[in-house]
Design a protein around this ligand. Structure first.
Ligand SMILES: [Zn+2]
Ligand SMILES: [Zn+2]
Length: 689
């Protein structure tokens, strides 16, 4: 046995594959003069190192402390093994093991090193739209199975050129084992085609990104294949182009996202706080809802009647090149017809988006998982102050420590990284609800929340939902023992759940708002031993245990169950779903139910016949469900105030009411409000309007 040497076997769990972890281990071992090996397997990274006790201690300390930026170490196990007298440190080939699983990195925005190469005319990757390295690029969207190695990704058909292969094989290179590594000589490429609807104007084959930029400058709508699907892009400052896009997409008013080339450009159009800047420039690079400057020349049609603009920075090399070439902000909205899932494949896009886009900027790196952009919002505790002298402060706000960033949509850059639960769970599939569906699968102490799936209102979205569930089950080696579903009997996700339950599984219906509150507990690491909480869930629609529509709920809840301690009083929804689309019906129904009459108001200027029908629906309870939803109260008030009578996207009346309520130059907060009653009843507390 070699004298003074010890050897340790180290097992590392977490996001440790495809993020440069093995080269990091390799460099670390060299730094401390250690021998042994490192290996990827389905469950994480295994290391054996041999050397002096002091060197090994330093190695272990740095393993977590100095891990690469995208790595997330979830656990390290160390055991002593007998020294074998190894003389080198090597990186061994990956092995797959039955039943083991690993965490998978989300796709990550282009890193500063890759961006520098992209913009350097002397670099061999100058303007190459698929430039990436172990610190950035596609991950989740190209993986079909684990372990994460090129043959199991959509890069499998691209054989690396000698230069790329040399980078890939060199443990000291930034591209060591970067599975999507590519260059103009060997990797995927882009091309531009006119819409099948528009057979003229064949684009030329040379610099197609520059051509696409010129078309966008001229007002064209271009479908652009990105990381997790297609975007529809147009010049955000071109009112006619934005209007055409809205008409074709059948999306009259719902806000569209905008991409801008640089942070400096964002600041010309929006107020950006420190926290918002941090989010915009993070490796996740989400859309951030920013307060929109009045002097911005972006068309107001991009987000009508909205004080906010959803903005993101370029997150792929293709976006960086395109945005710089165009030289102005681009609308970048998901490539779909209203309500359908984002288009993913070239053929699918050419078919589904033919009527929407004038041109298609395509590429041949296939997308495995559809992946929408994430959206964040940074609310502030308003102090109602305004500092006109400081150009980068936004009205009505600003005390950074009061900011609490909120994900509005958690997708690209975040999924499929799990939420760590404060307890271990069995393998569960939770199917989620109807609107903005996400599902969740669990095993051990992890809850793998899916990326945004969409509104479960059509077959395309249902198919996306089903295939993504299969992907998560495969990637994380999960065979659910329990299937959980929303109590609402008509939800497609509920019907799917019921159709899937086998004899070996149990199924559990979950009340919608209990699920919201339990999710909140998990997010905040609330231990089951910490007892129940008062959970407040204000929402639009959630099926209640009494068969009525809940949504203004005060639940005393823990993970296991809840007691409905209080709720908004039940009020009528004349016409059911129709009342959600036409908030004036709610306004009339609420007024009539609460006061017994409907006064003549300019905001409720409808025909006498319709008014009578609505009153009859309330009187007789015909096609007139009862709801305690807070969302409906906002809708009714919005209609009463004349803000919004009919909606074309979910929550439009409430969104516009919120915008109308923001008064930038208000000197003191509004402290008075309408009175409301609190009534104790057998079923709990009822809040009377
Ligand atoms: Zn990079
Ligand atoms: Zn190459």
């Amino acid at each position: 046995m070699p004298g003074g040497l010890i050897r340790k076997a180290i097992s590392v769990r977490g996001v440790v594959q495809g993020v440069g972890f093995r080269p990091f281990v390799y460099r670390l071992a060299h730094e401390y003069g250690l021998t042994g090996w490192v290996l990827n397997h389905s469950g994480g990274v295994e290391i054996e190192v041999e050397g002096s006790a002091a060197a090994l201690a330093a190695f272990v300390r740095d393993l977590e402390g100095k891990a690469p930026p995208l790595a997330r170490v979830e656990g390290i196990e160390i055991t002593d093994v007998p020294p074998v007298g190894s003389t080198t440190f090597e990186i061994r080939h990956s092995v797959a093991e039955e039943g083991r699983y690993q965490l998978i990195s989300p796709d990550i925005a282009t890193c500063p090193d890759c961006l520098r190469e992209l913009l350097d005319p002397a670099d061999r990757r100058y303007r190459y739209p698929f430039t990436n390295c172990t610190n950035c690029g596609p991950r989740f969207t190209i993986i079909a199975d684990i372990p994460y190695d090129r043959p199991l990704t959509t890069m499998r058909d691209f054989v690396m050129c000698p230069q790329c292969q040399a980078e890939y094989d060199d443990p000291l290179d930034r591209r060591f084992h970067a599975q999507p590594n590519a260059c103009p000589a060997c990797g995927p490429h882009v091309w531009l085609v006119p819409s099948p609807q528009l057979e003229t104007l064949k684009p030329k084959a040379d610099d197609v990104i520059a051509q696409a930029a010129r078309l966008l400058q001229a007002g064209a709508i271009v479908a652009i294949k990105g990381l997790g699907g297609f975007h529809l892009a147009c010049d955000a400052t071109d009112e006619a182009a934005v209007r055409t896009l809205r008409e074709r997409k059948k999306r009259p008013a719902k806000p569209l996202a905008v991409m801008m080339a640089t942070l400096e450009e964002v600041k010309q159009h929006c107020w950006v706080s420190e926290e918002e800047e941090r989010l915009l420039t993070s490796p996740q690079c989400p859309i951030v809802l920013l307060q929109w400057r009045p002097e911005s020349n972006i068309s107001r049609l991009v987000a009508p009647r909205n004080n906010y603009l959803g903005v993101m920075l370029p997150y792929t090399p293709l976006h960086h090149i395109l945005l710089r070439d165009v030289g102005r902000p681009l609308v970048m909205t998901s490539g779909n017809l209203s309500e359908e899932p984002i288009a993913r494949d070239n053929d699918e896009a050419l078919r589904r988006l033919a009527h929407l886009a004038d041109y298609f900027l395509l590429h041949n790196r296939d997308i495995y998982a559809r992946y929408d952009d994430s959206v964040w919002f940074v609310p502030y505790v308003s102090r109602f102050t305004f500092h006109p002298s400081s150009s980068n402060l936004k009205p009505g706000t600003l005390e950074p420590e009061t900011a609490l960033s909120q994900p509005i949509r958690r997708s690209r850059g975040y999924a499929p990284f799990p939420t760590k639960l404060p307890f271990k769970v069995r393998q569960i599939l939770a199917c989620g609800a109807e609107l903005k569906n996400t599902f969740c699968v669990t095993r051990d102490e992890y809850a793998f929340l899916s990326q945004h799936i969409g509104d479960m209102e059509n077959l395309e979205t249902l198919e996306h939902f089903e295939t993504t569930i299969e992907l998560y089950k495969r990637l994380f080696r999960i065979e659910p023992e329990i299937i959980a579903y929303d109590m609402h009997p008509e939800y497609l996700a509920t019907k799917y759940a019921k159709s899937q339950v086998s004899n070996l599984q149990s199924s559990v219906p979950i009340q919608h708002h209990h699920a919201h509150i339990a999710g909140c507990l998990a997010d905040n690491g609330w231990s089951p031993d910490d007892g129940p909480v008062i959970g407040v869930a204000w929402d639009g629609t959630g099926y209640g245990t009494d068969g009525r529509i809940w949504g203004g709920e005060f639940l005393v809840a823990d993970y296991r169950g809840f007691r409905r301690a209080g709720h908004l009083e039940y009020l009528p929804m004349p016409g059911g779903e129709a009342a959600i689309r036409a908030p004036y019906r709610l306004a009339i129904g609420y007024l009539y139910a609460l006061t017994g009459r409907v006064p003549s108001l300019p905001s409720l200027d409808i025909g006498e016949a319709e008014r009578r029908i609505i009153q009859q629906q309330v009187d007789r309870g015909i096609n007139c469900p009862q709801t305690s939803a807070g969302g409906r109260l906002f809708d009714a008030v919005s209609a009463l105030l004349g803000v919004r009578q009919r909606i074309t996207y979910e929550a439009q009346a409430a969104v516009e009411l919120e915008m109308a309520a923001q008064i930038p130059n208000l000197q003191s907060p509004i402290s008075n409000g309408y009175p409301f009653g609190i009534e104790e009843s057998e079923e709990g507390i009822v809040i009377r309007l």
